[in-house]
Design a protein around this ligand. Structure first.
Ligand code: ADP
Ligand code: MG
Length: 728
């Protein structure tokens, strides 16, 4: 009997729900472990508070004295909650979060201990971070990078540590994390959008970008994972025959949440609430043992931090409930993978959601302005947007006919398509009073009614308008939202900046009225963006062919997709918008290519090892049992032997065929790996891993999965799909 798998199964079957009571009101607990404005107010002098608010709201620099006060109050607050350490918390380009803890404890001159935390330690820290990816920006001999406080995202407590959200930059100034360019992109979109808002309302001083993410994940029994080196080391199954029952019956989706998972969710959400993450929605997803968590949307920088934090907390809480949480985009072949829809919008400091139609024709013109400019931005930078969500793991999902395809397109629904069609007919230049009235009353004025019954939701679209926001659906479940949010906000900023110039030119040079000028520019955008608008089925060949005719990119794999990041167009975009220098853009490309190579390399090694060390020996063991049986039959039934042992003999041969298939392909895969490794350039290496190494995965897997069906269940070493997906 396969000891590890059956030991795990035994433990799994004995697992009881770990009950979690969440009987305290969320409103009472909300953010109690967060040093937010409310808490700060209790500790800071009026002036210091104003200093911090200026930094948060207007990006002003924080004076040293104020930083000292904030640090002291953070320390007092944290000590009152039993905290002993502080840590700068950041998001290096590994994709996970990083922290290095320092005790508040210090020695005084006379040898006594005190708890101390000064402004300088709050504002800046120098972690020994030479092992984080830098894309060649830092040479390791001067591997200095530092973290710097981001006052726009409040400090929080995890366990006994005060975590301070920070950016992570090299001493030479280049960003080494996700947050730095995101903050710059948010600044760029704020400036550009505020300028455009002034056409409609002079009082607007700030525009913020909002993000509401929806995190999908799988829960699998912790013990079962112990028998799966592939999940342990790569986050997904590299081998495994599909279960007879998968998601065909659709009986999991939105069904009653299984008790153990439900208690995990309550526990997780409790932790989130303490940390000020406004979690709202939970439900079963399409695949068995797949679930979703979504918060109320927040300002984008905070939402990105909160998502990164949630992914960490999930892993920790899952352990308490004897689960392992799988965030990989495609942990199991043959059933749905996981994504992370990024709902995105822009809103003003006067409380207006710029992607929500208003009550007056003028506010609707504002809505249309931002709506159409966003579409234009996506049209002009579709390839870069695709690149922003590229990763080895997300490649499994995009284009796999269950998630948005690798082709970027925008879905806006039938009603808004009609509105755009009417606007396309707007007269060039000055408009007659009749046309203006007609537009205001019957086109722009009708929008709110139109949207109320706009219920058609195209789930196959990667970028869909859903009433008062766009939903970027192609983002992977494992990704840090910082990357796509940086690109989306940057391209919209660039677009709005260009729009402003065009409208101003028409006003100043052609003597058009403001609304005439806006209608004129929007009309041209509508004509120009037709290729990116798509209302049909995004899955399948027909759209692929159509998209090709339209000139849209279809970069199915990460190495192909990432090229768009270092095109002249992208480099100058990031430079112009002040988001990243050329050095930073190129470094990121290198890091992401390198990460791709490493991921495929690890998968390849793990798969080769499992196939040879676990699957082949198991197959041989079973084959020996068959051989023994055949020999026994022969000794008993000399005459009928051939007839009686026919099936066993066939099986013996078939097993040999699969063993050969495995060994042959693993040998070839290792050769392909060696050849890939010999490439000097990361681009060539990535291409080689993608097209020369990866194709062996499927071949090896097919043999292993066939063996899973042939070999005696009692000796199969790996937890099976049915066990991992239906134990709850
Ligand atoms: P669904 O899309 O699943 O039907 P909703 O329309 O209620 O559900 O919203 C889905 C997500 O969109 C939620 O996480 C919510 O926080 C987010 N969301 C709603 N409005 C906005 C907005 N203005 N900006 C960003 N995200 C938003
Ligand atoms: Mg949604």
């Amino acid at each position: 009997m396969s000891t590890l798998r059956f030991h795990a199964l035994k433990k799994t079957l004995a697992n009881k729900p770990v009950m979690f009571d969440d009987n305290v009101r969320r409103s009472e607990l909300f953010a109690s472990n967060v040093f937010n404005e409310n808490t700060m107010q209790k500790y800071l002098t009026k002036d210091a508070m104003q200093g911090v608010l200026n930094a948060i709201q207007r990006g002003k620099k924080i004076e040293r004295g104020v930083a000292d006060q904030v640090a002291a109050s953070m320390r007092d607050w944290a000590l009152s909650k039993g905290v002993t350490h502080y840590s700068h918390w950041f998001q290096p380009l590994t994709g996970s979060t990083a922290e290095k803890h320092d005790a508040f404890f210090e020695l005084t001159e006379n040898g006594l201990g005190i708890e101390k935390f000064e402004g300088s330690s709050l504002v800046q820290q120098e972690p020994d971070a030479s092992s984080f990816p830098s894309g060649g920006i830092r040479n390791t001999f001067e591997a200095r990078g530092y973290t710097a406080w981001d006052p726009t995202s409040p400090a929080f407590i995890i366990g006994t540590t005060l975590c301070i959200p920070t950016i992570f930059v090299a001493y030479t100034g280049e960003a080494l994390d996700y947050k730095t360019p995101l903050l710059k992109a948010l600044h760029a979109v704020d400036e550009a959008a505020t300028d455009v808002c002034k056409y409609f309302d002079k009082n607007v001083k700030k525009v913020s970008s909002s993000l509401g993410w929806e995190q999908e994940y799988f829960l699998v029994d912790k013990e079962l994972i112990a028998s799966r080196p592939d999940i342990l080391l790569t986050g997904r199954t590299l081998i495994g025959h599909s279960s007879a029952k998968g998601q065909q019956l659709d009986d999991h989706y939105f069904g009653a949440i299984p008790t153990r998972a439900f208690n995990f969710m309550k526990d997780l959400e409790h932790e989130c609430i303490l940390l000020g993450i406004p979690v709202k929605t939970r439900h079963n997803e399409v695949a068995p043992n797949q679930f979703e968590l979504a918060p109320i949307y927040e300002e984008a920088n905070l939402a990105v931090d909160h998502n990164a934090l949630v992914m960490d907390i999930m892993a920790r809480v899952a352990k308490r409930h004897n689960f392992k949480v799988l965030l990989h985009e495609k942990p199991f072949a043959g059933i749905n993978g996981s994504g992370k829809h990024n709902n995105w919008s822009l809103s003003t400091d006067t409380g207006i959601n710029l992607l929500s139609p208003g009550k007056t024709p003028m506010s609707n013109l504002q809505f249309l302005t931002f709506f159409i400019n966003t579409i234009k931005a996506v049209k002009d930078y579709e390839e870069l947007l695709r690149a922003s969500i590229a990763s080895a793991s997300n490649d499994h999902r995009l284009g796999a006919n269950e998630a948005p395809p690798a082709i970027m397109s925008v879905f806006i629904g039938e009603q808004l398509s009609k509105v755009l069609a009417e606007l396309e007919g707007v007269t060039k230049g000055k408009l007659s009073p009749e046309e203006k009235t007609e537009l205001k009353l019957n086109v722009v004025g009708k929008i709110p009614d139109v949207l109320l019954d706009n219920t058609d939701r195209n789930r196959t679209s990667p970028f869909a308008f859903t009433g008062n926001k766009f939903e970027f659906r192609a983002v992977g479940s494992l990704s840090n939202c910082g990357n796509p949010m940086t690109v989306l906000n940057t391209i919209v900023a660039k677009q709005l900046k260009g729009f402003k110039v065009e409208v101003d030119t028409l006003i100043n040079k052609k003597d058009l009225k403001k609304d005439e000028a806006i209608f004129n520019v929007l009309r041209e955008y509508i004509k120009d963006t037709k290729a990116i608008l798509f209302e049909g089925n995004g899955y399948g060949k027909i759209w692929e062919d159509e998209a090709k005719k339209r000139g849209l990119s279809n970069n199915r794999t990460t190495p192909e997709a990432l090229e768009a990041k270092i095109s002249e167009k992208s480099i100058s975009l990031f430079e112009e918008m002040g988001v990243m220098s050329k050095i930073e853009t190129v470094a990121r490309y290198e890091i992401e290519m390198e990460a791709y190579v490493t991921h495929i390399q690890i998968e390849s090694i793990v798969l080769g090892d499992m196939a040879r060390n676990q699957i082949v020996p198991t197959a041989v063991k079973y084959q020996n049992i068959l051989i023994e049986n055949v020999q026994g039959l022969k000794s008993i039934f000399e005459n009928d032997f051939n007839k009686l042992a026919k099936e066993q003999l066939k099986l013996i041969k078939e097993i040999s065929k699969h063993i050969e298939g495995i060994n042959d392909n693993v040998t070839k895969m290792i050769k392909a790996r060696e050849a890939a490794n010999s490439n000097e350039k990361v681009q060539e290496k990535a291409i080689a891993y993608c097209f020369k190494v990866k194709p062996f995965f499927e071949k090896i897997r097919t043999h292993c999965d066939s063996l899973e069906l042939l070999v005696d269940n009692e000796i199969w070493p790996l937890a099976k799909y049915s066990e991992m997906l239906f134990t709850r």
